[in-house]
Design a protein around this ligand. Sequence first.
Ligand code: NAD
Length: 499
Amino acid sequence: MQELTHYINGAHVKGTSGRFADVMNPATGEVQAKCPLASKEEMAQAVAHAQAAQPAWAATNPQRRARVLMKLVTLLNRDMDKLAEALSREHGKTLPDAAGDVQRGLEVVEYCIGAPQLLKGEYTDSAGPGIDMYSMRQALGVTAGITPFNFPAMIPMWMFAPAIACGNAFILKPSERDPSVPLMLAELAEEAGLPKGILQVVNGDKEAVDAILHDEIIQSVGFVGSTPIAEYIYATGCANGKRVQCFGGAKNHMIIMPDADMAQAADALVGAGYGAAGERCMAISVAVPVGDETADRLIKELVPRIEKLKVGPYTSGKDVDYGPVVTAQAKANIERLVQTGIDQGAELVVDGRDFKLQGYEDGYFIGPHLFDRATKDMDIYKQEIFGPVLTCVRAQSYEEALGLAMDHEYGNGTAIFTRDGDAARDFANRINIGMVGINVPIPVPLAYHTFGGWKKSVFGDLNQHGPDAFKFYTRTKTVTARWPSGIKEGGEFSIPVME
Ligand code: NAD
């Protein structure tokens, strides 16, 4: 049995707490590794190394820091297949999807190469008589991030790339379900020239998270995961005086207008609803066709597409549309919610409950499900299912569809499918959700824009990546300077001549 490590001060370090989490192979249901769960003392060691290394890193010319990220991009591309394979093995997503996970993180590393430009401060000449004013963005010091299982490459990079580009040290506490890729990323960063102690990985569970939240040296905490934990981390971190940003769960609605191209909408829904087994915070989990006729046409287009979906292990390569869910517990929770949908009266149009994959009977595979005629009060509508389950809620008008998305407690992403520019424009303007797609089902902004939801999908002020990340990982200092008159009045600059 492989025993995974932490990555502390430039070395793989065995866990000493005596506590471990099982890392499963979701395709087979077998334990494939043991992940050490750090104690408070192990976290404190990492913090001490980070604190010792950070001042010299912050004092390094930002262009030199950017060169490390430049090299990291090269190394990520070099190791793309290796990273994708390790990611799929622990997460279960398909290989092309795993490569996408690495790629969307890599793009944020690329963006952070622009740090010298992004960190330039502001300057006002002659703000008063003989007074100049300038502001600079300075690193926070030691920063930390806590990441979810569903994007084990992308989300750590969204955090550590801007953090270290700004001159901070960063401690990553990744998900204990798939910790191998984060460890590989830390190794690659060091191969790229990052000094020891600037990027460390401390594996763990609540104990490690609480050690971060109560540590007096750690200045900021970034979190991505489920909403209850996001709320806890935000409240505790803020109470302890830290700068905190937390990104939580989602229930993303896609509105389908009567004039939409129904085949295109159905294709988009199948990819966005079932890709990565629905384990994406930007997955579309609710379809809202406007009008019964639209709904009937949509269901007719959807059903054959869903029935054709290929579910299997990542080792089948491109022949598979999605893989297993991450754990037996996740599978049981999804099955429980599907049962509530049936019990509460939704119509199960595609039933994935009997799905079995020969040779992988112990894997956490779930067949695709489609519910129609669900209503607002049902658990399958209210709760995040995080599985291959698409729920259709019929609306009788555009206003009703808009109201549904607006009233839902989550506000991560949403989409509208229509050919009507006016409807699309109205939707984008009025909706109270952070990321909006117009005929685009998964509107994840690119690295140079920012990523973040609204409502219960976020706690904190600034978004991830883009210019917001440079604000989150720095403090502004503004200097007002007046120099007393000096030599220019006291000295003589022309040849003295006799009066
Ligand atoms: P999770 O909340 O269970 O775990 C996230 C992290 O928190 C992990 O590192 C975990 O070890 C830690 N954690 C778990 N329980 C804890 C506790 N009691 N106290 C302290 N720390 C704890 O989330 P997950 O299952 O890994 O990820 C799926 C969730 O993440 C979904 O809700 C999904 O919507 C959300 N997500 C959101 C975004 C976003 O940007 N909004 C992106 C990806 C995932």
